[in-house]
Design a protein around this ligand. Sequence first.
Ligand code: AMP
Ligand code: MG
Length: 331
Amino acid sequence: METKIIYPDNISEAAECIKNGGTVVFPTETVYGLGGDAFNEKAIDKIYNAKGRPGDNPLIVHISGFDELDNLVSEIKEYAKILMEKFWPGPLTLIFKKKPTVPLKVTAGRNTVAVRFPSNETAQRLIKEAGTPIAAPSANLSGSPSPTVCSDVIDDLFSRVDYIIDATGCEIGLESTVVDVSTDEVVILRPGGVTLEMIREYIPDAKLDSGLIDEDAIPKCPGLKYTHYSPKADVVVVQGEKDKVREYISSKVDEFSGVISYKSGAYESAGLVLYAGNNMEEYAHNLFSHLRTFDKHNIKKVYAEFSPEPGMGVAVQNRLYKSAGHKIIEV
Ligand code: AMP
Ligand code: MG
């Protein structure tokens, strides 16, 4: 199919496409999303097909104002209202009990629906002009790292979608935090830019899904059970005291190795060394784009220096461990 690449100044064309049941890739503050009218089942089918996404992995519905919740959710608990007020618009997805009007294709048969109000201005304008909430998973082929720049989207989805909006954004670089607010407990199903600590400031009892902490438990967030965020290269996470980490990686690397490192000038014999960042926010912003860069340079094995931290570190750890298929070396 023909894919048209446009800039944000031409957004009306893309909004029209959504109204007519088409698919549009748009930027958000987390990663690029692949969107279609949340109430149009044909558009939802197109999204799953374009990504090759398993049908049991539900989509997030994106809104551009609180009033759009009326047609989507059947109940908003008091603590959900607090989270909406504090963190929307932003990188937080909330799981509510759904209204019957929301197609089961969007929620993969569940009686709950995931909703997010993104802060990215282009995303907000697209939803407003389309006049309907937009269901959108990340705009990558299923299984590969989420796209954080337009060229990543083109690599994965060119000729598989109607429109791609080439724009700035994706400052965070990891997908949204997913929080279940459909029961009497507040549970983080997927860590992201809004951290456990930030949520606990308002809801002290909020907790992380035990499936995120215990390696053998199955995460409640359906998307997290898949091999995900994986480049073609094999990824290994190396943790421990800095000098030991560097000594270990140095002993392993050759021209086909890539390294994500906290230090410049290290690992001269490696094929490609990329900077992790100065803090976990920067590591989050760089991770997916680095994984894709290694593939472009034909790197076969990637060693990632990592040292666990709370806050944003939890989200980085979640994505990094998954991209490594839980191959973690403690030195
Ligand atoms: P993506 O947009 O590709 O980051 O994927 C959306 C994530 O939200 C996936 O991991 C889904 O499994 C999760 N999700 C969407 N809807 C629900 C829901 N109703 N209950 C639990 N998790 C959900
Ligand atoms: Mg995804």
